[in-house]
Design a protein around this ligand. Structure first.
Ligand code: NAD
Length: 265
């Protein structure tokens, strides 16, 4: 019996990186998982690749094509999951984007793109998951992906930091509002995790002249990590499965830092 056996979960941003690892760790512990992403073919392949893992754990797997900023697509993703798994228990709002720009160069387009996916996407994801929990008359868990950038402003990524501070306040507001429905809302805050997002950030920082060679930006960001190394997605999933399990039932409104001691707050 796994820690999340029989739980129906959706993970957004699950075609790669942290989201894919969250979904796979949930399957390992017996949960039914809908991998959801805007990258339709990739997320379909991820779901397909995970069929043996699901079978091994007596779990089910499916996928959904979703843009988290599109409410009707989010509703369709939830309806699809409920149709296949019979209910929804846990919703991870994990999809996120970054597009570094020097502070003085940040444009309205850059701001809107990042705030829409990371901020509005989180709000819509929480609202629609909560509506489903209320409709089915059950408790539920919402888990948001924050960041060390939710706790400190960093240069060259101002809109990203603002969006991730927004995830913290949205988590707190939703926790207060949804407690009466027995819905908990938590989040976790990774530091530097070796994923495609960081590879892209590394390239972007070179493009804007903030770094001179590949890997330099990641080294600079991670020089203060007490654990002495950057994270892999596997460093994150012990906590995310805990947050999806009954073991965290008395937690709400909180963000768990998983940054190897990068920011002590
Ligand atoms: P990633 O870029 O590897 O994966 C992000 C996924 O989100 C991609 O599959 C992408 O297709 C999907 N996505 C983007 N926009 C979407 C949209 N509108 N709708 C649906 N899906 C969309 O990133 P990652 O490193 O795995 O990051 C996952 C989450 O963790 C993000 O919220 C990110 O901000 C956060 N985070 C990452 C790090 C890190 O160091 N990698 C640190 C802190 C927080």
């Amino acid at each position: 019996m796994g820690r999340v056996s029989g739980r129906s979960c959706i993970v957004t941003g699950a075609a790669q990186g942290i989201g894919r690892a969250i979904g796979e760790a949930l399957l390992d512990e017996g949960a039914d998982v809908c991998f959801a992403d805007i990258a339709e073919h990739k997320v379909a392949e991820v779901a397909e690749a995970n069929r043996p893992r699901a079978a091994q754990n007596e779990a089910q797997v499916t996928y959904a094509h979703v843009d988290v900023t599109d409410r009707s697509a989010v509703q369709a993703m939830i309806a699809h999951t409920v149709e296949i798994f019979g209910k929804l228990d846990v919703k991870f709002n994990n999809a996120g984007v970054n597009r570094p720009m020097n502070f003085l160069d940040v444009t309205e387009d850059n701001w809107t793109f990042i705030m829409n996916v990371n901020g509005l996407g989180c709000l819509i994801g929480m609202q629609e998951a909560a509506r489903q929990f209320i409709r089915q008359g059950s408790s539920g868990k919402i888990i948001n992906t924050a960041s060390v950038a939710s706790r400190q402003g960093f240069d060259n990524v101002a809109p990203y930091c603002a969006s991730k501070w927004g995830v913290v306040s949205l988590t707190q507001s939703a926790a207060r509002d949804l407690a009466k429905h027995d819905i908990t809302v938590t989040g976790f805050a990774p530091g530097v995790v070796a994923t495609e997002m960081w590879e892209q950030v590394d390239r972007d920082l070179m493009d804007i002249g903030a770094a001179q060679r590949p890997g330099q930006a990641m080294e600079a960001f991670s020089s203060d990590i007490l654990k002495g190394r950057v994270a892999t997605p596997a460093d994150i999933t012990g906590t995310t499965t805990f947050l999806a399990s009954k073991d965290s039932d008395y937690m709400t409104g909180q963000i768990v830092m998983i940054d190897g001691g990068m920011t002590l707050v």
